[in-house]
Write a protein that binds this ligand. Structure first.
Ligand code: CO
Length: 212
């Protein structure tokens, strides 16, 4: 009996062949280097593949994914990806993309204990606390969840703008736009939350960092 994972390796061979058939230099060109214009910070959820839902090809989008698309400023993984994308690759856009129906955000709304992951969900609970007046006023649970998912994305964009990496890029005159999007699992459409940050002007003064 064929093992399920073997199917993936077969698919890979077929995919590579199709690419070569379309463009014999496809891999040769990609192997020379990358200069993606976008950094994507999305959820690990298997239903939200960054490149497929944006129609981007290999080489076009630099990707970081974790549970509930979080920007945690003590997360060395996120910081390393952000630093490399902004300082070396010089991406022009950083997109935080959440998704309606996000299990991480839904879990953070509840009180069930899950174990180690509760420490990660804590960051999302903090977002609820910041916005509890607005969220508690929404009586429909589905609507409240959807709004919480949107607010979580907006908060992660705020957190991006607080990082020294993003602030230094702006101070150095680098073009860098921060975006907040939400993907809808039910229709495949991405909603732009219009959180288009291009400077620290919207950030509380306490977060402003002077140029080194
Ligand atoms: Co999710």
């Amino acid at each position: 009996m064929e093992k399920s994972y073997e199917k993936l390796l077969e698919n890979n061979k077929t995919w590579a062949q199709i690419k070569i058939n379309n463009d014999p230099l496809f891999f040769e060109n990609l192997a020379k280097g990358q200069s993606p214009e976008y950094l994507w910070i999305g959820c690990s959820d298997s239903r939200v593949p960054a490149d497929q839902i944006t129609g981007t090809n290999p080489g076009e989008i630099f990707v970081h994914r974790n549970i509930a698309n979080m920007v945690v400023h003590s997360d060395m993984n996120l910081l390393s990806v952000l630093s490399y994308a902004v300082e070396v690759l010089k991406v022009k856009h950083v997109i935080v993309c959440g998704h309606y129906g996000c299990g991480g955000v839904i879990a953070a709304m509840g009180n069930k204990q899950y174990g180690l992951i509760d420490n990660w969900l804590r960051h999302i609970k903090d977002v609820y606390r910041f916005h509890h007046t607005e969220l508690d006023a929404i009586t429909d649970v589905n609507e409240r969840t959807r709004r919480f998912i949107e607010l979580n994305v907006i908060e992660q964009v705020n957190d991006l703008s607080k990082t020294s990496i993003v602030q230094n890029a702006w101070k150095n005159g680098q073009t860098l736009h921060l975006h907040g999007w939400v993907y809808d699992l039910k229709d495949g459409i991405i909603k732009d939350l219009d959180v288009n940050y291009t400077s620290t002007k919207d950030l509380h003064a306490v977060y402003h960092l002077d140029k080194i």
